[in-house]
Design a protein around this ligand. Structure first.
Ligand code: 5GP
Ligand code: MG
Length: 190
């Protein structure tokens, strides 16, 4: 029997829902199909950028059909609120040797491009055979570094979003959809 889910207790920071849970589910399935076609017959190493990519990666991975291994890199560019602090801090604690491997790099959102371009370079320096990138969200208007992902869930406008892994002060990661933060919480920071 289906049980109606109660809304999160703390939704006061949210302005509106941008991408529904159902739309995410459909798009993740379509992305997985695309990735499965591209890597058919190949082994894959998935590298997720945590914490933000945790939920997206968990949902995507269960629909990938290649034999795969999973590892994580920790990166942070937002230390408080919504203000970026410039260069991202990348903690390279990969356990897997990725030399000669096909790598799929997964993140929640492609924003300025600083994080993904830095991690992408790091993986190439470790001699990955190939590196492709998959992000749930892409804020093209914010790009500072030229970087594009091969697989993009949704292009979104220049607004601060939360949910499905994305946080505001470490909150809202458990929201099953993508919501937009009220402008007064990030005014001046985007
Ligand atoms: P970039 O290095 O591309 O500027 O930023 C990448 C990281 O910044 C993302 O992985 C994410 O953690 C954070 N970020 C960028 N835009 C947003 C946003 O709208 N909401 C949240 N919660 N995080 C964001
Ligand atoms: Mg992130």
């Amino acid at each position: 029997m289906a049980t109606a889910r109660k809304p999160l207790r703390e939704l006061k920071h949210l302005d509106h829902i941008l991408v529904s849970e159902a739309a995410i589910r459909r798009r993740v399935a379509a992305l997985a199909d695309e990735i499965n076609r591209a890597y058919r017959g190949k082994d894959l190493t998935v590298i997720a950028i945590v914490n933000g990519a945790i939920i997206f990666t968990a949902d995507l991975l269960r629909q990938l059909r290649s034999p795969l291994r999973l590892d994580c890199v920790r990166a942070s560019s937002y230390h408080a609120g919504t203000a970026a602090t410039g260069k991202p801090v990348i903690v390279d604690n990969l356990k897997l040797d990725i030399a000669g491997q096909h790598v799929l790099l997964v993140d929640d959102i492609l924003d300025t491009g600083n994080t993904l371009s830095a991690v992408h370079e790091l993986l190439l320096a470790k001699k990955a055979a190939s590196v492709r990138t998959c992000v749930l969200l892409d804020k093209k208007a914010r790009r500072v570094v030229p970087f594009e992902a091969e697989y993009v869930g949704f292009e979104i406008p220049n607004e601060f979003v939360v949910g499905y892994g994305l946080d505001f002060n470490e909150r809202y990661r458990n929201l099953p959809c993508i919501g937009v933060l009220k402008r007064r919480y990030y005014a001046g920071n985007l």
